[in-house]
Ligand binder design. Structure first.
Ligand code: C2E
Ligand code: CA
Ligand code: CA
Ligand code: CA
Length: 275
């Protein structure tokens, strides 16, 4: 039994060492990913539920790793968030997104672009200055940039409040609370934030119509948004039934595989901004 205990101990330390070096390697590779041109953005369209008109697109980051293939952002963004790496990646995203949307203005002057931000990006100095200079450089109106901050990220940090109140509002940026319903925002705090949009998390949408609780939660989030005069978006819409339910419940905008998977910028332009 003693031997077994030791073996198990050795197994665990070995496994732990393996996992630590794996993470370490992944982080090292991620540091090089920008200069090696391994990151790119994909775009997922968003539609008005009432009219089916195209409203905007969310850009989502992808990493084509030379050996591991496509690595999910759900895997590498949390890793990047543990260090300053998220700052350079976040800056790359902002720059690429604004650069990409610039030529789209001619075809779709009101098309909004949603960009995911990490809370650490808000705490770092110079974010609003950077967005200001990028939008000026590429001739993009800040009023078409919809920044998405997760509900948990928003509640985590106090710097966020100050940044949102002073800088973002002054620039005229649009602010959305992402993954809404999964965090714990107090409603009084919500009222005080200069946001224009709530984004219902996919976890509430995906089991409609099987899960009656999720349907009730979704309806209440839509009701809350309408009461606070915020725009409300549902993500992860996969079926016609879900789209219909959301439309009838008064949701404004929908995004999900039912309409389109995230696609390359070229495909997005060809499909939605063509003649
Ligand atoms: P998120 O912001 O909540 O993005 C929605 C996720 O749901 C995306 O996964 C999207 O591809 C996926 N999705 C959209 N519609 C459907 C659907 O109908 N069905 C299903 N099953 N999935 C759908 P993705 O692209 O893997 O991104 C995962 C998360 O990684 C994002 O969640 C976001 O938190 C983070 N992320 C992605 N890009 C960025 C970025 O540029 N910066 C930061 N900070 N985070 C990012
Ligand atoms: Ca998002
Ligand atoms: Ca989500
Ligand atoms: Ca559920």
């Amino acid at each position: 039994a003693k031997d077994q205990g030791r073996n198990r101990y050795e197994y665990y330390t070995h496994e732990l060492t393996r996992q630590v070096s794996e993470r370490f390697r992944l982080e090292r590779d991620l540091r090089r990913a920008i200069e090696r041109d391994e990151l790119y953005l994909v775009w997922q369209p968003q539609f008005c539920l009432a009219t089916e008109a195209l409203i905007g697109a969310e850009c989502l980051i992808r990493w084509q790793h030379p050996e591991h293939g496509l690595v999910s952002p759900a895997q590498f963004i949390p890793l990047a968030e543990e260090s300053d790496l998220i700052l350079s990646i976040g800056d790359w995203v902002l720059c690429s997104a604004i650069k990409t949307m610039s030529p789209w203005r001619a075809r779709a002057p009101n098309l909004k672009v949603s960009i995911n931000l990490s809370p650490r990006q808000l705490s770092a100095a110079g974010l609003s200055q950077r967005i200001r200079s990028l939008t000026e450089q590429y001739g993009v109106s800040p009023g078409l940039i919809q920044l998405e901050l997760t509900e948990s990220g928003l509640m985590e940090s106090q710097d966020v409040n100050a940044w949102l109140q002073q800088e973002a509002a002054a620039l005229g940026l649009l602010l959305s609370i992402d993954d809404f319903g999964t965090g714990y925002s107090s409603l009084s705090r919500l009222k005080a934030l200069p946001i224009n949009q709530l984004k219902i998390d996919r976890s509430f949408v995906m089991d409609i119509p099987e899960d009656k609780n999720d349907m009730a939660i979704t309806r209440s989030i839509i009701g809350l948004a309408r009461g606070l005069e915020l725009e409300v978006v549902a993500e992860g819409v996969e079926t016609a039934y879900q789209a219909q339910f959301l439309r009838e419940a008064g949701c404004d905008i929908a995004q999900g595989y039912y309409y389109s998977r995230p696609i390359s910028a070229a495909e997005f332009a060809a499909r939605y901004l063509g003649r």
